[in-house]
Design a protein around this ligand. Structure first.
Ligand SMILES: [Zn+2]
Length: 128
């Protein structure tokens, strides 16, 4: 199977480790050509913007200030709504199975924060 690269016009063939599905949508001989071909297009600009916004959101959600604020609000919320069925005794999923997905989020979040605190937030420095 041979294709012509849309960027450099060279012929290229399917590599052994590439799936048929990937090969059918592949348009460039290499990621290098793909990158070159996409530079300057409006699509890549908007894609970059989207990625920028996404990464910003990630850093904020991992940041110390934001998450403390979040936890404060959350604890206030639990105090003001002690009968909230998500978190009376940790058995919300037994009373309401539809809520079981929400249930799993909060413990996970606290677990993640405790891991980050233990590592002194060094992981946030790695994320760019
Ligand atoms: Zn190429």
């Amino acid at each position: 199977m041979i294709k012509e690269c849309l960027h450099c016009k060279n012929n290229f063939s399917r590599k052994e480790n590439e799936s048929i599905g990937y090969w059918t949508i592949k348009k460039y001989c290499s990621s290098h050509c793909k990158g070159k071909a996409l530079i300057g297009t409006t699509k890549s600009e908007s894609y970059k913007q989207t990625m920028k916004e996404r990464m910003k959101g990630k850093q904020n959600s991992l940041g110390c200030k934001r998450s403390n604020e979040f936890r404060e609000n959350l604890s206030k919320y639990w105090t003001n709504n002690p009968k909230h069925n998500h978190w009376i005794d940790g058995k919300g999923h037994e009373r309401n199975k539809e809520r079981s997905k929400d249930m799993s989020r909060f413990p996970y979040r606290f677990w993640r924060e405790s891991v980050l605190k233990r590592d002194n937030y060094t992981k946030t420095m790695v994320i760019r």
